[in-house]
Every structure is written in C-alpha cells, then in structure tokens.
Design a protein around this ligand. Structure first.
Ligand SMILES: Cc1ncc(COP(=O)(O)O)c(C=O)c1O
Length: 377
C-alpha cells in the first residue's frame, strides 16, 4: 500500500471506531426474504429455484441432522455417497460431492484449466465455468448457439480441433438460460469419437425436469471413460438451493483428479440428510415436476396470447421475447415487486423467467398484460 493510501485507510478505520455504527438487529439480519412480492422483498422469478420448498421428509431429516451439527462430516459423507451411488446405479468411487454443483464446476475448471488448455462453451450459457477460469487466464472460446438454440457441436468441435493442447468442452444440457436441449445422440457421437485431449464437462443441473424421451444422461459415458464428467445438483427438482449440495459423476481416476481440488468437509450434515430423504420421497419429486409442468403451460399460454415468441423449455424457466430492451423490462418488473431473470447477452430482447407456483405466475401474467396495454412489450 502506498503511504498516502495507508494514511487514508488509517483515518477511515479511526473514523469507523469513533462513530458507533448501528448494526442491524439480528432478527432483521436473518429475517427470511420470502419473496412476498414487494419492492423490498420481490417475488423471485429470477433464479430457477423450486417454489415448493423442501419436501416434508427432507425437512424432518434436516432438523434431525442438527443433532450431529457438532460433528465433522466424514462418516455421513461416505454413507451419503454410497446412497447416491445406489440411486444412480454406479459405484461410490464414481461420485463426489460439492457445495452445490457450482463447486464441482470450480474443481473441474481448476483441475483442467491452466497452461495450454482451452475452454469451449456455448454462447449464451451458464456463466460459472467462464467465471472460474478467468483468474487462471485460460483461453475461452464462446460459440453461439445454433438455429435450434442448441449447442453448435460442429463449430465447437472445430474449435476443439484448433486447441493447441487440451480442449475442455462445457455442455450445459438442458442449457441455461435458453432451456433448450442439444440432442443426446449428437453429443454421444462426439464423445465416442473424441481423443483423450478433449474433456467433456456435461452440466445436467436440470436433468430431472426433462420429459423428452430422446434425452439421455451422459452418466454412462462418464463412468466408462476418463474424459467425461457429469455435474448434477439438488438445488432444482429437490428444492435445496439454499442448503447447497451438488455432485459430479466420473471414472474413479477422474474423480481423484477432480477431488485433488476439493476443500475438505465441503458439504454439510443438514444438506446430506435432506438430500438422502429427498431421494426416497418420490411423492415430493412427482409433485415438484407436476407443478413445474403446470406453471410452464400457463406461462406458454400467456406468451402465446401476447404473441411473444418463446423457446422450447425443458427446465424450470422459460426464455421468451419481450419486444424491447431487457434492462428496462427488468426494472419495470422490479417496480411491481417481481424479480425476473438477469440479462443474458447477446439475447438482449429476451427475458429468462423462472417458474414459481401457479399463483406466482398469475401475478407475473397480470403485470405483463398490463405492460402490453402500456405498449411496453
Ligand atoms: C446449468 C447450471 N449449472 C449449475 C448451477 C449451479 O447450481 P448449484 O450450485 O446450486 O448446484 C446452476 C444454477 O442455476 C445452473 O443453472
């Protein structure tokens, strides 16, 4: 720090010490934002969360798990991995856990990035991989989605071929923010054909929500080969975004390569207990999927009515045209107490709408219909 900055920092610290700053009361600090739909606490149709909340079995298991909150997680983590492996029909050494699936992506980026590597993603897609590779300085090539709003595998393949060293291909399927899928047989054909210098990072965060019978997971290939990692999460269909639990599935050698970057005890007792209970709670899962389908159909009917084009969604969000600029659209919704999705350049005349309950979507529909009357959409 330069001397002048040092003096200024000292003066600021002194001022802070002499003026007692009122800390927010604990009850306000932890008062949950429930998304009631006011400007201060907007309805959350912006983060692809599950509006149902935890299922009853998961909630009960989570509360029970507080009795071991004083214990490190090693025993539970091993038991949970075994339970998850059974659910996925793989072996426990083929799965590892993350503090949300984003941490699994982070491990993968750290393990695979660096000198000589090149990341290849779609554009637009979920931004975390691009973000995590930034401090490594690893090259990134973002390939625009094709005319179907699927990954342009042909161009991505050409970019992989041009990589001097390892190519790390991030395939988000279904894709966030578009909700679209890239045909499984096209992905499988590339994986089967690729050499060891191409690594496939397949993000299946929305896997459970897909109804399309032609859609398949890449888990089979992930455990059979060393250059495929599948990433999944409990944040979406299981409604656990705030508890943080995700996982990666890969060949045991790849698991070892990824977990060289893991932070110890990265998951927690409460999340694992809730997740284990969720795996057994087929009724909650069915309800979660049903609610999502109903909300999506309602949104699509509304958009069709307003003649606003939308992309085919296989997820818990719908990307749709807004007939204007997304920044003012987001602000206008915020004024009405509703948070809608962030901008996803270059799709600046689209908005990503996350699905809530039918009541939530009715509120959204009332507002967008009012925008139409005002000529804003
Ligand atoms: C495609 C995709 N991958 C990963 C994540 C990260 O999810 P989490 O860290 O909550 O598991 C998200 C979150 O929205 C996502 O959309």
């Amino acid at each position: 720090m330069r001397r002048r900055d040092f003096l200024r920092a000292g003066a600021l610290a002194g001022a802070a010490a002499s003026v007692p700053t009122a800390l927010p009361a604990l009850d306000t600090l932890f008062a949950p934002r429930r998304g009631v739909g006011t400007a201060q606490d907007p309805l959350r149709l912006n983060a692809n969360e599950n509006p149902l909340g935890l299922g009853p079995a998961a909630r009960e298991a989570a509360i029970e798990a507080f009795s071991i909150a004083n214990r490190y997680t090693d025993n539970q983590a091993a038991a949970f991995r075994a339970r998850l492996a059974q659910h996925l029909d793989i072996s426990p050494d083929e799965v590892f856990l993350g503090n949300g699936s984003t941490e699994v992506l982070q491990m993968a980026v750290q393990a695979l990035g660096g000198e000589g590597a090149r990341f290849i993603t779609a554009d637009p897609t979920f931004e975390d991989v691009a973000g995590y590779r930034r401090p490594l300085g690893t090259e990134l090539v973002a390939v625009p989605l094709d005319g179907r709003f699927s990954h342009d595998l042909e161009r991505m393949r050409a970019e992989a071929g041009r990589a001097g060293g390892r190519a790390v291909v991030y395939l988000c399927n279904p894709n966030n923010p578009t909700g679209t899928i890239t045909p499984s047989r096209e992905i499988e054909a590339w994986i089967d054909d690729a050499g060891d210098d191409v690594f496939f990072l397949v993000d299946e965060a929305y896997f459970e929500l897909v109804d399309d019978p032609a859609y398949r997971s890449c888990i089979g290939r992930a455990v059979a080969r060393r250059n495929v990692l599948v990433v999944r999460t409990f944040s979406k269909v299981y409604g656990m975004a705030g508890l943080r639990l995700g996982y990666g599935v890969a060949h045991p050698d790849t698991v070892a390569r990824m977990t060289a970057w893991i932070s110890n005890n990265n998951t927690n007792q409460v999340a694992m207990a809730a997740a284990a209970a969720s795996l057994d709670d087929t009724a909650y899962r069915a309800r979660s999927l049903e609610l999502n389908r109903e909300a999506r159909e309602f949104v699509i009917r509304t958009l069709d009515d307003l003649q606003l084009e939308h992309l085919p969604s296989h997820t818990n969000f719908v990307m749709h045209r807004i007939g204007g600029d997304v920044h003012s659209y987001i602000e206008r919704f915020a004024d009405r107490g509703i948070a809608v999705g962030r901008p996803f350049p270059p799709m600046s005349d689209y908005n990503r709408l996350s699905l809530g309950t039918l009541d939530d979507m009715q509120r959204w529909a009332d507002v967008i219909r009012d925008f139409r009357r005002r000529g804003w959409v």
